[in-house]
Write a protein that binds this ligand. Sequence first.
Ligand code: GUN
Length: 283
Amino acid sequence: MTARIIDGTLLSKQLRAEVAQRAAALAARGHRPGLAVVLVGDNAASQVYVRNKVKACEDNGLHSVYDRYPAELSEADLLARIDALNRDPQIHGILVQLPLPPHIDAHKVIEAIAPEKDVDGFHVANAGALMTGKPLFCPCTPYGVMKMFESERIPLAGANAVVIGRSNIVGKPMAMLLVEAGATVTICNSKTRDLAAHTRSADIIVAATGKRNLVTADMVKPGATVIDVGMNRDDEGKLCGDVDFAGVREVAGYITPVPGGVGPMTITMLLVNTIEAAERAAG
Ligand code: GUN
């Protein structure tokens, strides 16, 4: 069996067209949706992610503000900037790119963002509400993965799902969304003993550890859906995920590529969340 490839670029194109329509409708009513993206320091990967987020706003009719600060920025100055953005009526979404430099308490910074502008869905108010099924915003990467399941009509109720990774950004919210959809969910991590014993009985595998080739063909049940959230570099410097794509695609039923899979969906769902924030603010 050769897996069907879930094309995140194509699905993103369709969803971004809807975003652009909703942005235009809001702008016509005098409420142009606005996203503020804040980057502290010069992490090379973060710079690329942030540039892509800002460009996606420009391409789809959203207003964006890009704040770049040196790594030495004090925590107090960052909190003051967030306070100003919380009060700015032209800004509906605030995203502080993670990781932050070590002298800044990321938890404190996330909690300073107004929950109704927390388009990452990382604030405890939104993370907590995700547990009860009613967050204002779902974190963008797991939200994008759910859209991929939906677009391919992959059944989740009753499915065995294994999430590999336990971060607040991907693993934990991904597991919650799958639980909410009726899946039987196991949360593994890079230290899990006999990971293959878990993955071999999974109908759905979501790999989000940042470890190259963590998921190989022998670990995958024939026909399973394999979602690769990893973003790594191979020996030639080429982008690759956590899944051995060439091997696993011969066993899986569905698979996401890297690049062109989950990555574009993350940015797309950030736009969707920002539009929703703006629509709520507009009433
Ligand atoms: N760093 C890696 N992924 C993300 C994300 O989705 N949002 C933010 N703010 N930082 C990240």
